[in-house]
Design a protein around this ligand. Structure first.
Ligand SMILES: C[S@@+](CC[C@H](N)C(=O)[O-])C[C@H]1O[C@@H](n2cnc3c(N)ncnc32)[C@H](O)[C@@H]1O
Length: 274
């Protein structure tokens, strides 16, 4: 299953590089803290009752860990579908600190619209993992079909097209890569779901990302990581003109914060489907 589905990932980052850049990104963006706050009412709606939880693309599981520690979510079972080997090792470490009473399963696959899974869940989470999935609507429909009666599907996704998406497109065209993965923002997804009779709520928040090391051309090892996560490509692999174009666009859109650091702003949305 893993090999045939790998084709859907259009990225020149290896699994290890992706895991590294995402770790840096989590340190430099306030995204995760914002997501925990947005998710709090949904976590609390289960009123402390232990639930069956499915996470599609959890990486190291930091999100669900914080749903428990900060938002009071309690798990009876935890089911993860995570294709990245490096993330799965980190996820095992996260889980090892949870109560033994939580029955945990980690599947090393890519989730797809035809993903075979018999179990049903109280809460299904698709957190920042739709980007690499070509058939986003198909994946959401499948995830929704895995809910128990009264269950909830929670999706975190960018709510507007981020400027760096244009770079991915330019890169793909210049490398003659045929990409079937059409970027869709969270509002477009929300409307598509409403059109197929899947009512949902959507709310968005501003995300701040520190890109100072990148824009000031610092020699720090992780200076380019945030940009590499956003464009999914190693900066060194971009041709010179794309590299300088990326820098020029970022200089134009970033702001200097009160600490004198360059910050990139974008919007993040949470969609909840019941
Ligand atoms: C940006 S990370 C988000 C990780 C985590 N949910 C978080 O927000 O901290 C995207 C994750 O989706 C995973 N992923 C990519 N394609 C996937 C697929 N088809 N099925 C399941 N996970 C996938 C990646 O391996 C990675 O762990």
């Amino acid at each position: 299953m893993e090999d045939s589905n790998k084709k859907q990932l259009v990225t020149t980052l290896t699994e290890k590089e992706y895991a590294e850049v995402f770790t840096t990104y989590r340190e430099k963006a306030n995204e995760h803290a914002v997501m925990y706050d947005m998710a709090k009412p949904v976590c609390q709606s289960f009123q402390g009752k232990p639930i069956d939880f499915l996470s599609i693309g959890p990486a190291n599981g930091i999100v669900e860990d914080n749903f428990m520690k900060r938002n009071g979510l309690r798990l009876r079972s935890y089911h993860a579908v995570e294709p990245n080997n490096f993330f799965r090792e980190e996820l095992k470490t996260t889980i090892s600190e949870w109560s033994n009473e939580i029955k945990c399963t980690i599947e090393p696959h890519y989730f797809t619209p035809n993903y075979p899974l018999e179990k049903k869940f109280d809460l299904v989470l698709i957190c920042q993992s739709l980007y690499a999935m070509p058939d986003k609507l198909g994946v959401i429909k499948k995830a929704h079909s895995l809910l128990k009666k009264g269950g909830k599907l929670m999706i975190f996704h960018q709510s507007k097209e981020v400027v760096t998406n244009q770079f991915i497109k330019t890169y793909l065209v210049s490398n003659q890569i045929n990409d079937e993965n059409v970027p869709l923002n969270a509002y477009e997804l929300s409307d598509m779901l409403k059109a197929i009779d899947m009512p949902n709520t959507i709310q968005e928040e501003l995300i701040l990302v520190d890109v100072d090391d990148y824009l000031r051309n610092k020699k720090a090892e992780d200076a380019n990581h945030v940009m590499e996560l956003l464009i999914q490509v190693r900066i060194e692999e971009l041709n010179t003109s794309l590299r300088s174009e990326l820098r020029r666009v970022m200089e134009n859109v970033c702001v200097v914060n009160s600490n004198g650091k360059y910050e990139f702003h974008y919007h993040q949305a949470m969609i909840v489907v019941e």
